[in-house]
Design a binder for this molecule. Sequence first.
Ligand code: BGP
Length: 469
Amino acid sequence: MRQFPKEFIFGAATAAYQAEGAVNEGGRGPCYWDEFLHRSESRFNGDVASDFYHQYPVDLKLSNEYGLNGIRISIAWSRVIPNGTGEVNEEGLAFYDRLIDECLANGVEPVVTLHHFDTPLSLFHQGDWLNRDNIDHFVRFAEVCFKRFGDRVKKWVSINEPWSVVAGQYIIGHFPPNIRYDVAKAIQAMHHMMIAHAKVVDTYKRMELDGEVGIIHILESKYPITESEEDREAAYVEDVLANQFMLDACLKGTYTTETLAVIERLMTLQQTTLVIEEGDMEWLELASSQNDFLGVNYYASHFLAAYEGESGIHHNGTGEKGTSVFGLKGIGKRVSNPDVPTTDWDWPIYPAGLTDMLVRVHRQYPNYKAMYVTENGMGYKDDLIDGSIDDTPRIDYIAQHLNAILDAIEQGVTVRGYFLWSLMDVLSWTNGFNKRYGLFYVDFETQERLPKKSARWMREVANRRQVIQ
Ligand code: BGP
């Protein structure tokens, strides 16, 4: 039976706003989610979430008991620098000291993300990633964290999923500032995030700390629904926008002519052009050879058809199957593939898309040093029946995706770890608390944890380094 490499990390992931709660404790300032999810129409918020701020010793003990040797955590920028700029909050730093030490005490390596969707509110109101000043504010925050935790944290992630951030903010509109169909803003903000990443990598390397730094992208494969030229073009354009633009920036250190041709066309559709300032391309080039790893988040792939109708997107945020719509004028429309099952939130379950993506990065960007699958998992409405949770569909999902990783490794791809989303049930940004992903069920009334069937299965997988069928 196939085995994962000896040093392979079997971990699980969390993110500050989705897990910590305690939004008014320890001198934390607000991030934009605090304001957004307190609007009257909001069905939920992260005020308490999974109470990780207080429960982390329990979660780390469980991680250890269930065979995990890695955890993704993120540092809330507004816990460390409440306003985003200005004063550093010692209480915030002290919390992350305790959290990191607890990870290490439990033999669970912390992989730490600096930006997981949670820009401080004041910087959000100044334009967030559309404002170039955000770049230097972010680099300063990174430097504060490297100085304080760099002796113990050996794997750093600059930004989690730039594409999801800008797609949510400017295309789908379910993230603040809730703008829809503005592909041009999304592209411009992504470019700034790439410069921010490059500067963070440079800062880390200059500090000569003993560890690795990288970035995480959501990388979902895009396939044409038919072999027609128009459908193939739709898949290609969405791929360039969501995947290739940033892979080029991070791993090639430039935007290739093919990538730029698509990007320029998309900008022109909105009567604008991409602003690249003097020195930007040098930053990208510098960082591209210094990244130590690429984190790949993968949940689904998409099947595309050509689309010339008006843009229309409906986000399925309730788990009512079959309600998603995603069509962008002049780009393409995501359509269902009858051969591919979907989750209740309409996410196609297509493990081959993960193998394809890993192999593609390996071939197209040969200077990547290592990849980690930093998120993968299945949103599911877990039912608590007689005090236990049988989440067999989730186990099947994970098994298929672990096999997809083994397929890629067999083709020569360097993959060093797998982090399940999520460690315990957490808040889902635009869905609330009924879209559960955790290995550990959370009773959001009592904050009690209950290992699911998948947790017991994962322990076996990690122990044997094999996919248990
Ligand atoms: C990724 C994010 C995570 C997490 C996950 C599941 O994009 O990095 O923070 O939320 O997706 O997404 P959702 O909660 O929308 O189902």
